[in-house]
Design a protein around this ligand. Structure first.
Ligand code: G4P
Ligand code: NA
Ligand code: NA
Length: 191
């Protein structure tokens, strides 16, 4: 998606060799008109999939997921990063081991919002090692719902998450795929 790549080139800030900060339009301040173009593009790519639920993970996936859902005319569920105790049986839960943050946490979705018959699209802002997306995919599987694919805003294609999930059969559509980056030369995209 050219508009997004231009914006990353213009406003993205590279930290070291592997962190891309996009706080001015995606992760802190949010450009909702850009979000609308992103949502339209996800709709174009998944138009024929009869998506009836969008699933994301708190916090930074929520904004993108909500605007995207307006184009699919469906609700958004965000998996919660769980700190509290839950009564067994009422929630689907899965463990996420974040290499980026060096910690393990549980994500949960209440069973009443996801089940057989649902056609679910995963949406997230970043795909790096893919732990978050894998956790979301497991929740969908446990619910007996159909997983139609994942829409990602920025994939760091030099990290293994995208390739691994595609190899496992997940349809991953990333709107900007970063091949590599450096503080001197900025961001280089795949293609
Ligand atoms: P992981 O397995 O290495 O943890 O990678 P994963 O793809 O699951 O991403 C982990 C978290 O790190 C996600 O946020 C993701 O959005 C964020 N992230 C990874 N690489 C970058 C990057 O280069 N730049 C930015 N801005 N974010 C990145 P999260 O832990 O779910 O937290 P939240 O921000 O959504 O609350
Ligand atoms: Na994030
Ligand atoms: Na995220």
């Amino acid at each position: 998606m050219e508009l997004l790549k231009e914006r990353i080139r213009k406003d993205g800030k590279v930290k070291g060799t592997d962190v891309l900060k996009v706080d001015s339009f995606l992760n802190h301040q949010m450009d909702v008109e850009l979000f609308a173009e992103i949502g339209k593009e996800f709709k174009r790519r998944f138009a024929d999939c009869d998506v009836n639920k969008i699933l994301t993970i708190e916090a930074s996936g929520i904004g993108i997921a909500c605007i995207t859902a307006q184009f699919f005319h469906c609700p958004v569920i965000f998996a919660k990063k769980n700190q509290t105790k839950n009564i067994a049986g009422e929630v689907y839960t899965s463990q996420v081991e974040s290499f980026t943050h060096g910690r393990v946490y549980n994500i949960i979705v209440a069973k009443e919002f996801l089940g057989p018959g649902d056609k679910v699209l995963l949406i997230d802002d970043f795909l790096a090692n893919g732990a978050a997306l894998e956790g979301l995919a497991k929740l969908v599987k446990d619910a007996g719902a159909e997983l139609v694919g994942a829409g990602i805003v920025i994939e760091k294609a030099f990290q293994p998450g995208g390739d691994r999930l595609r190899a496992e059969g997940l349809r991953v559509e990333s709107l900007a795929r970063v091949k590599g980056m450096s503080e001197e030369n900025g961001v280089e995209f795949v293609d």
